[in-house]
Ligand binder design. Structure first.
Ligand code: FMN
Length: 371
């Protein structure tokens, strides 16, 4: 089998000697999406066959689409041709391509809808011939016409795009998929199958095609490692889901004020605009944060937040009403004054010094932070 990792090195070295750039970002696309079997047969001795479009497989998360291109779903597979095709052979003699396997794992993890990107004509089952056709199409800037279409793209916020690397870049059928839809405002999570080139420049190609989408790097799995890659793929999906849900929580809560209760009394606070307060707000956004405070030194109440926040301590002389972060993980509210290195969090604005002394200076209190 062609070693794409080594091939890349040789070609890059030759390009260097000749002083030319490889795939430097500008692509001329000829006849994008135009139909015609000659766009397959002109590169090798092969008679393409029209594809039978498959139905999208509905999951239980209507906001996530797992769209994949894989040669296995885009070729006339037959059991005896499987060995020359380089596919994983299933017990029933059918075959599953590497990107297809990755898409199935992602679908299991996310519950998204599973969509096979199908070209109008199938690719050769013989691997070497498929390479000739796929590479020829990319060289010619030909993005094949597609046989399968997503009817309701607007319902999806997150698109997992799973594709093989072809010709050191995004395979042309995946390019055709991006040509067809405007994915502005959506998040595209890229997962690739490769034979040595890892992502090559496919992430840049996705960003060029969809400049107003957020593109997240998933993982690229070498065909040599695909059999043991299920957990790697699923772990990366879990990480992405966590990052996305935290980002959406931060977005939802960014304009909301954080409320502070001292015992049963709500007090008004002017919060600082800093990273520590943002993190505290994130905690409060996940659910009310209740902190058991202790009177200390005759001038403050102090209590453990339960997690560490980012801090930027500076030597400070505090006043009654000041709220500060101490030692990364303790919140302190003053009814008197102290001098120490703290990170400022905010100041109570609607209490006199006497009211603060009566709220905070008569025994330990419980405070609650919420949005
Ligand atoms: C047309 C074609 C071109 C390819 N070009 C590359 C390449 O440039 N770099 C690479 O690492 N793998 C390349 N490959 C290998 C595929 O990326 C790899 O086999 C992948 O796992 C196939 O996924 P699939 O089984 O889902 O189609 C190429 C394969 C084909 C068919």
């Amino acid at each position: 089998m062609y070693d794409f990792a080594r091939g890349r090195t040789y070609i890059a070295a030759a390009a260097c000697i000749l002083g030319i750039g490889l795939f430097s970002g500008s692509y001329t696309v000829n006849a994008s999406g135009t139909s015609g079997s000659e766009n397959y047969s002109k590169y090798t001795e092969y008679t393409p066959v029209k594809a039978e479009p498959e139905e999208i497989i509905r999951g239980d998360n209507e906001h996530i689409l797992v769209a994949y291109f894989s040669r296995s779903g885009n070729t006339q597979i037959s059991a005896d041709a499987v060995s020359s095709a380089s596919f994983t052979v299933n017990d029933d003699g059918t075959a599953t391509g590497n990107a297809h396997r990755m898409a199935q794992w992602i679908e299991q993890e996310t519950g998204g809808d599973l969509f096979l990107i199908q070209t109008e004509y199938t690719y050769p089952v013989n691997y070497a011939q498929a390479v000739e056709v796929g590479e020829g199409q990319d060289t010619d800037g030909y993005h094949p016409a597609l046989a399968s279409h997503v009817e309701n793209m607007e319902q999806y916020d997150i698109i997992y795009l799973v594709y093989p690397i072809w010709h050191y870049t995004l395979s042309v059928p995946a390019c055709a998929f991006l040509d067809e839809y405007n994915l502005s405002g959506k998040t595209i999570c890229a997962f690739a199958a490769n034979a040595g080139s890892r992502f090559a420049d496919s992430l840049e190609r996705i960003s060029e095609a969809e400049p107003d989408a957020v593109v997240i790097e998933g993982v690229s799995v070498s065909e040599r490692e695909i059999d043991g890659a299920e957990e790697t793929v699923k772990n990366r999906v879990r990480e992405i889901e966590k990052e996305l849900s935290e980002a959406s929580l931060a977005e939802q809560t960014k304009d909301q004020d954080m409320k502070l209760m001292i015992g049963e009394t709500a007090v008004a606070v002017a919060w600082e605009d800093n990273e520590s307060v943002k993190e505290l707000k994130k905690l409060a956004g996940e659910g009310p944060v209740t902190i058991n405070m202790s009177m200390y030194g005759g001038f403050e109440q102090v209590g453990a937040i339960g997690s560490s926040l980012v801090s930027n301590d500076v030597q400070t002389v505090t006043e009654p009403g000041d709220i500060v972060l101490y030692a990364d993980s303790q919140i302190v509210i003053f009814y008197g004054s102290n001098s120490w290195a703290y990170t400022r969090l905010g100041k109570i604005t609607d209490c006199t010094n006497e009211e603060l002394a009566s709220l905070l200076g008569n025994g330990d209190v419980t405070i609650t932070l919420s949005l």
